[in-house]
Design a protein around this ligand. Sequence first.
Ligand code: C2E
Ligand code: MG
Ligand code: MG
Ligand code: MG
Length: 281
Amino acid sequence: RVKEQGKNHFQFYTPEMNDRVMKEMQLEIGLRKALEQQEFELVYQPQIDVRTGTLTGAEALIRWHHPEWGTISPAEFIPIAEETGLILPIGEWVLREACLQNKKWQREGHPPIRISVNISSRQFQQNELVAMVQNILNTTELEPRYLELELTESIIQDSTHAVEKMQQLKNMGIHLSIDDFGTGYSSLSYLKTFPINTLKIDRSFTSNIYNDPKDASLVETIITMAHNLDLKVIAEGVETQEQLSFLQQRQCNEAQGYYFSQPIASADMDKLLKNHKTVLS
Ligand code: C2E
Ligand code: MG
Ligand code: MG
Ligand code: MG
């Protein structure tokens, strides 16, 4: 209970810290078994062309269904997976599953859509990333243009040889996007050197379009800047008709958010793909 921060930085744990450490340890033990126990699921959130109302893609988002603890949010377990390195096998599973599923939809005769997969920092930094992605595309037979990888500004900033890696992925024909754009405090100069296709405007800006004129200006500016740089823009976290209208008026390309759909199970995506033109226009 004593907390000292003397010269030797000696520090006892407080009860709260103990709880947190215990919880993280339990999560880690659970995570180690989760892959082989098949406790992970991918859910998919539709991405909509705001001009035509058609479905253009879907973001794959991981869910962990633990037999006792229920469903655990990625916000809770991805950081632990990162710390422990478990993100490498988990991330590979996500990538393979997303590509398999997208190819399956195409084989079933649905119009092709792009699948977006989140890449974590440690995953991006691993040397085998490019080879692993290539291997997954080969074995699933998904064409690279139907895969998009989402990277954050901080992931790119923290990685050595980031540009080379991105260039290799881009050369394979894969699309690259910057996730949570605007929250990374990084210099904008990377936008001219990095081979990216798309900026995803962070939800924190989109959700305040109507109550904060400054957020509205930022969104407007990001869209204009992206277009001037030949980049596509997706707004994340669109929840209302008003937000959508704002984005439509400013020629934002695509939108994703609860207004259209929450992330849904693959079986529900099947239904959406069958009816998407009428459902989403
Ligand atoms: P993200 O990549 O920025 O994903 C968007 C998050 O916003 C998702 O949360 C999604 O469910 C949520 N969202 C979408 N539309 C709305 C909306 O209109 N309103 C609100 N309030 N929220 C919305 P989720 O699925 O809990 O994922 C959280 C984060 O966890 C993701 O943020 C991503 O950084 C990470 N994550 C999720 N799946 C994976 C994965 O497979 N691999 C890795 N490395 N990270 C993942
Ligand atoms: Mg994302
Ligand atoms: Mg995001
Ligand atoms: Mg986010």
